[in-house]
Design a protein around this ligand. Structure first.
Ligand SMILES: [Fe+2]
Ligand SMILES: [Fe+2]
Length: 229
């Protein structure tokens, strides 16, 4: 499958728990029921597209910070986020490759590509990083919902989701701090967050039944969009 967004060469490492998940599970086959396989074959492309998109956002910001007004801590933080996202992509793609490919894979991929490409379009940098913070906070909620779903709590995919959630929580903090440093108005946060949640809900609801197969009710993720983060 062609990537949603071109891959970046891995230039940095990070201490992502997903890196250690890969060491443990790279050589193992992971068991799913046939229904779970069909569901994940539809859902993983959405997540993988997000991981690829995020790598580019942070990679470009590293270059921009280096060229313009070097916030050295931001450069180091963002290089490590790029590495985290690369581990996430690698792990999710490794699982996806073991699953049957849906007939409408091209449409699934296009839908997610459009969603992520539209996020950065015609946005100022502060708004773009606020979007990323909101999005990653929702990914944390999604990962938590999968953990609480129908797969057992020690299933390797659940362990992967837990590891991704840990990284995404860190990304939320760093992206939000960066958005505010770039001038994002804190008072806009809540309404902004709700509008990103509505857009992501529309994308994920296109795969509602696949989510239900793995025990995830989308409403549980989006109902509490008023929550903190
Ligand atoms: Fe990620
Ligand atoms: Fe992230």
């Amino acid at each position: 499958m062609k990537p949603c967004f071109p891959s970046l060469p891995q230039s940095t490492q990070s201490e992502s728990p997903v890196r250690y998940w890969l060491v443990e599970y790279r050589q193992q086959s992971i068991d799913f029921t046939a229904d779970q396989q069909r569901a994940l074959a539809r859902l993983l492309p959405l997540l993988i597209c997000g991981e690829q998109s995020s790598q580019w956002v942070f990679h470009n910001e590293v270059q921009r910070q280096r060229d313009n007004n070097p916030l050295q801590q931001a450069v180091a933080d963002f290089e490590s986020i790029v590495a985290d996202e690369q581990y996430h992509e690698e792990a999710l793609e490794m699982i996806r490759l073991s699953l049957p490919e849906p007939d409408d894979i091209t449409q699934i991929k296009r839908r997610s590509q459009r969603f992520f490409a539209a996020l950065g379009l015609r946005q100022s940098f502060d708004v773009h990083f606020a979007q990323i913070a909101c999005l990653d906070a929702l990914v944390c909620r999604l990962m938590l919902a999968i953990e609480k779903g129908s797969l057992s709590s020690d299933h390797p995919f659940v362990l992967l989701c837990r590891a991704i959630k840990q990284d995404e929580a860190k990304h939320v903090t760093l992206s939000k701090r960066h958005a505010l440093a770039l001038g994002f108005e804190h008072s806009q946060w809540q309404s902004f967050k709700n509008s990103i949640a509505d857009r992501l809900y529309t994308l994920l609801a296109s795969e509602r039944s696949a989510f239900e197969t793995i025990g995830v009710e989308l409403e549980t993720i989006f109902d509490s969009k008023e929550g903190n983060q």
